[in-house]
Write a protein that binds this ligand. Structure first.
Ligand SMILES: NC(=O)c1ccc[n+]([C@@H]2O[C@H](COP(=O)([O-])OP(=O)(O)OC[C@H]3O[C@@H](n4cnc5c(N)ncnc54)[C@H](O)[C@@H]3O)[C@@H](O)[C@H]2O)c1
Ligand SMILES: [Zn+2]
Length: 372
């Protein structure tokens, strides 16, 4: 079988999407970010699966270099300044200088955390993203945003620090829990809504492949590789055009103004992707209700969500008012209204270069939440 290979340019760096690429990660990392010390940072779920392979591959590719390795506990609660400090201390104790490359091996939690360690160590050393969750592949590892959470909220301390390279191995998804895989599909669907109706159609028709895929062919095949690569391309194109979120990049917020509120109102019982799925369905309904979005948009999105078993209504017990309250603190609020990034139709977002987003009254949001 000839592996499907795709390369996506993001400006200063590129994303390599190749089934099986983890096995040859060392040579690619060493070529893109040559160093005397490679510091692999991963979590306690991903480390036992891929850690040894990646460190061995680095040792083979860079025989003169030292490879150091650290696992941190899995889960969002590890993405803190305390973990950042202990990882930074560890690297300084290892006498890592500027000739160090940090390798972030794991989901988005590791990418953000290890990326922030790299961004701040000696005012910035190179790092490579090796995302192993679908969400990290199509979203978190592209765009250069890194950081940690505080008790006041998520991602409040951080930096922009582009990776030197992103290595995506779709075959790594084989071990990802189904719920995480589905949650990642929410961002794939979001990218489809923003710029590629065909991706949505592909998920609608073949999404079930992902969910009952004991077969090797799914993980190494062209379908998944193209789906992932296309999704990365869409984010990459937006990030290239607007690296610091001055305007255009706001379209990536589709589903997220409501989604973030749903996520926090659920007290994080919902995965981010699940909350965003609900957020997309509700925001699309708002778009149709105010006459901004083409009718049928909500239906098109919810059938794609259904195909990968993502929710599209608030779960029982989650009060629409609690979501509205949670939206009250959203950064995107202006003069009492919310500014939502809404699609005009599948593949086309509303807005202009200066102002992406549509002002929506709280009452309209309340109605859409209630109707859900
Ligand atoms: N920087 C950005 O632009 C950006 C964008 C979106 C999200 N994020 C961040 O990403 C994080 C969420 O990412 P996530 O959903 O990947 O969470 P995660 O990193 O916590 O991974 C989810 C779970 O899957 C496990 N896992 C990962 N890969 C696996 C594999 N191949 N096999 C088995 N288990 C595996 C992890 O150990 C974890 O338990 C959040 O912290 C969020 O803020 C950042
Ligand atoms: Zn998201």
């Amino acid at each position: 079988v000839v592996a499907a290979v795709r390369r996506v340019d993001v400006g200063d760096y590129h994303v390599d999407v190749t089934p099986g690429v983890l096995a040859e990660a060392g040579a690619l990392v060493a070529a893109a970010a040559p160093a005397h010390i490679y510091a692999v940072i991963t979590d306690a779920n991903v480390g036992p699966l891929f850690g040894a392979g990646v460190t061995a591959s680095l040792a083979r590719a860079a025989p003169g270099a030292r490879v150091v390795y650290r696992e941190v506990p899995a889960g969002e609660s590890t993405k803190t300044r305390a973990t950042w400090a202990s990882l930074s201390d560890w690297l300084l104790d290892e006498r890592c200088g500027r000739d160090t490359t940090v390798v972030a091996l794991g989901g988005g939690m590791i990418g953000d955390l290890a990326g922030f360690v790299a961004a701040s160590l000696l005012r910035g050393v190179p790092f490579v993203q090796v995302p192993t969750s679908l969400l990290a592949m199509v979203d978190a590892s592209v765009g250069g945003k890194v950081g940690v959470d505080t008790h006041q909220g998520k991602n409040l301390i951080g930096a922009y620090h582009n990776p030197a390279l992103v290595l995506v191995d779709p075959a790594a998804l084989r071990s990802l829990p189904a719920r995480e895989l589905c949650a990642g599909c929410a961002e794939v669907i979001k990218h489809g809504v923003i710029a590629d109706p065909a991706a949505l159609e592909s998920i609608r028709q073949e999404g079930t492949r992902l969910l009952d895929s004991s077969s090797h062919a799914v993980w190494t095949g062209a379908w998944l590789t193209s789906l992932i690569a296309r999704s990365i391309e869409i984010k990459a194109e937006i990030v290239r055009a607007d690296p610091r979120e001055a305007g255009l990049r706001q379209v990536l917020n589709f589903g997220h103004t409501v989604g973030h509120a749903v996520e926090s109102a659920s007290e994080f019982r919902l995965r981010h992707g699940e909350a965003v799925a609900i957020g997309m369905a509700i925001e699309a309904r708002i778009g149709e209700a105010i006459g901004f979005s083409e009718s049928g948009l909500t239906q098109a999105i919810t059938t794609a969500l259904d195909a990968v078993h993502l929710p599209r209504v608030l779960p029982p017990g989650l009060d629409p008012d609690a979501v509205l309250t949670a939206m009250g603190t959203d950064k995107k609020r202006r003069a009492g209204n919310w500014r939502l990034a809404l699609p005009r139709r599948l593949g086309e977002m509303v807005g202009s270069a200066e102002a992406f987003g549509v002002e929506v009254k709280p009452a309209t949001v309340g109605e859409a939440l209630g109707a859900a």
